[in-house]
Each structure stands twice: as C-alpha cells, then as structure tokens.
Design a protein around this ligand. Structure first.
Ligand SMILES: Cc1cc2nc3c(=O)[nH]c(=O)nc-3n(C[C@H](O)[C@H](O)[C@H](O)COP(=O)(O)O)c2cc1C
Ligand SMILES: Nc1ncnc2c1ncn2[C@@H]1O[C@H](COP(=O)(O)OP(=O)(O)OP(=O)(O)O)[C@@H](O)[C@H]1O
Length: 313
C-alpha cells in the first residue's frame, strides 16, 4: 500500500493516475461500520479494474479543534491503521494533514482541492459522513460539489443492539473496561502495542516479574486487572495485565501505566515490542496494606486468568 501525505494548500493533480475508488472517513478503530465502507470500495475497485484507495485525516480533528484534552489517544494509531487497511486490500492511502487551515476549507474547496485531481471514479462513505468547514458537507452535497464527476455509494447505518457502531462507542467500552463486549463492534479483539521500558524492578523480587510497557498513542482500558494474551517476536503467551497507578507502592504517579506478567516466561525483553490482546477484566486495582497481601491477590488473579483462558480457547 502506498501512502500519499497531503498537506495544505493542496493541488494534487496527476493526469497519469489510474481510475480510483475512494473510501472517505477518519476511521479510528476500523470497526465493523468502517470495514463495510472500506471493503465496499475494495470490491467496487476489483469489479472495475480500478485502484482501491482510502482518504483519512491526521491528527484526529478533536485534538486539533481543541475538543479533546491533551491526552487524546487512538483505538488505531496511524501505523496500526495503515496495517489494517493494507490487510483489507487497500492499495493507496491518502493521508490528509488535519490542521486549522484544512479545517477552514469550505466543503466545495475540499472536493476541488483534495479529490478532483485524484481521478476518482466513485466515492464510498457512510451515511453520516460530513466534511468541510463546520462539517457542512454531507452525502447529499458530495457528488453535486464535484459537478457529477464521480459516482457515489452510501453505506447505510450499521447498528448492533440498536446502537450505531462507532469509534465513540468503542472508546466508551474501553473507558468502562468492557473489553470483551468490544469484539462484536470492532470485529476483532482490542489489541495494542507497547515497548518494554524499565520499571522499578520490584516485580521480580515478589515473584511476579512484569514487563512495563510504553503504549504511546494507544487508548488504555479502564484502570484494573485483566486477562490478556501477548505476542512477542511472533510467539504467543498468556499473561495478566495491570492498568493503573500501583497505589500500594506509589502516591504520585500521574498517568496510569500498563504492565504485564507473562506466565512461564523469563526472557530479557527490554526495548522489544509486545502486543497485548485484551480478553477480560478481572477486578479493580487496590491499595494493599503490604506486599504479602498483594502477592496473595496476584496468585488469585493468576488462577482466575487461567480459568478465563480455558473457557476461551
Ligand atoms: C496482574 C497484576 C495486578 C496488580 N494489581 C495491583 C494492585 O491491585 N494494586 C497495586 O498497588 N499494584 C498492583 N500491581 C502492580 C504491582 O504493584 C507491581 O507489579 C509491582 O510493584 C512491580 O512494579 P515494577 O514492575 O515497576 O517493579 C499489579 C500487577 C500485576 C501484574
Ligand atoms: N456504523 C456505521 N455504519 C455505516 N457507516 C459508518 C458507521 N460508522 C462510521 N461510518 C462511516 O465511516 C466513515 C468514517 O466515519 P468516522 O470515522 O466518523 O466513524 P465513527 O465511528 O462514526 O466515529 P465517531 O464515533 O468518532 O463519530 C464515514 O464515512 C462514516 O459515515
């Protein structure tokens, strides 16, 4: 998949571009609704002998327009999003730099400057796609504003249990620690990558060594303890994870951290990438009155995790 970065002001025009079918949207998570939009573009492109492409925006508009706090995180940060798109058969990824200049373009200017020059035959969006200043452009205006230069397919609302499947809903599930319930919305288990960093080296002294992970722009589920599966160098292991502040030992940690205790694993992995797949939430994080109490709880957590894993695999 080729990535083409588009920053403002933009006048991408190349006569030699092959006919393109373009799916449009932010697509954080690439959930079941997004998958329908994108796979429709891929299928249409296959039939027409055209190139399947996606246009997306970065960073998230909420960050740039100041609607989110400073610690905005993603379900699929950019690199993860690219991998998922590639696996779906997308061949071109138009990545628009989202900034104030871009956000102030009228809907017509967006179509003229960003889409018309790409030899787009057909656009695919969801029913509630909006674009341009104040989000004024919508599925009714898109083809009109191109003067009929491309065809359009609008995907109807994809719902589950009466709710629109959306990035917002999946974020809400993460916030509530409902990692298991995410699966039918996201279409897969929630997974994130982290780099192993140095912790306080206390875990090994209590018989539960942990890999402390820097998860950068990924969203963490609610503070607490979880059964997880991890993957390191393409090998899979079972593990239990703690998202939190380690209140038994620390009083001043500002942001929750993620650490995993991997069962039957003793390798040195500092600096490596660990991917964590979230299976089920076990309990809240607690402040224990001493190390022995914590150890006892960790043994219980381990039994519980193994039980959960047995019922799942
Ligand atoms: C499965 C699991 C559950 C944990 N639960 C708690 C907890 O409830 N309260 C707490 O203060 N720390 C908890 N911890 C964090 C431990 O305090 C931490 O692993 C230990 O202090 C080692 O930290 P270090 O890796 O920074 O050396 C938990 C860790 C794991 C792996
Ligand atoms: N459940 C859905 N059914 C059909 N189309 C959808 C669905 N969710 C998103 N889309 C479409 O996918 C594209 C990307 O949408 P967007 O990234 O805004 O997703 P979203 O999940 O609705 O996000 P948010 O929760 O942040 O509003 C848009 O064209 C949108 O209309």
């Amino acid at each position: 998949m080729e990535t083409i970065v588009m920053s403002h002001p933009h006048h991408y025009k190349q006569e030699s571009l092959p006919p393109t079918i373009l799916a449009l949207g932010y697509f954080d998570g690439i959930h079941i609704g997004h998958q329908r939009v994108i796979s429709t573009a891929v299928e249409l492109a296959e039939k027409a002998g055209a190139v399947p492409a996606v246009m997306s925006f970065h960073p998230h508009p909420s960050v740039v327009l100041g609607r989110a706090d400073q610690n905005w995180t993603y379900i699929t940060p950019l690199e993860e999003k690219k991998k998922v798109l590639e696996s779906m058969g997308v061949k071109r990824f138009y990545l628009v730099k989202f900034d104030h200049d871009f956000a102030s373009l009228s809907s017509k200017e967006f179509v003229d400057q960003y889409i018309i020059g790409l030899n787009v035959q057909h656009v695919v969006t969801g029913f509630d796609f909006s674009y341009g200043k104040y989000g004024k452009g919508n599925v009714e205006t898109l083809v009109k504003e191109s003067n009929g230069q491309f065809a359009q397919t609008v995907i109807e609302k994809i719902e589950k249990d009466g709710q629109k499947i959306s990035s917002t809903l999946i974020r809400q599930f993460l916030k509530e620690g409902r990692v298991q319930e995410i699966v039918p919305y996201l279409g897969r288990r929630y997974k994130l990558n982290g780099t192993v960093i140095h912790g306080d080296k206390r875990g090994r002294t209590i018989g539960f060594p942990t890999a402390n992970l820097d998860t950068e722009e990924y969203s963490l589920p609610k503070v607490g303890v979880y059964a997880v599966e991890v993957s390191i160098d393409n090998e899979r292991y079972f593990a239990m994870a703690n998202v939190g502040y380690k209140p038994t030992f620390k009083e001043d940690q500002k942001k929750p951290s993620l650490e995993v205790h991997i069962f039957d694993f003793h390798k040195e992995i500092y600096g490596k990438t660990v991917s964590v797949t979230w299976l089920k939430r076990i309990r809240d994080e607690k402040k224990f009155s001493g190390i022995d109490e914590l150890i006892q709880q960790l043994n219980t957590d381990k039994s519980k995790t193994l039980e959960i894993i047995q019922t799942m695999y």
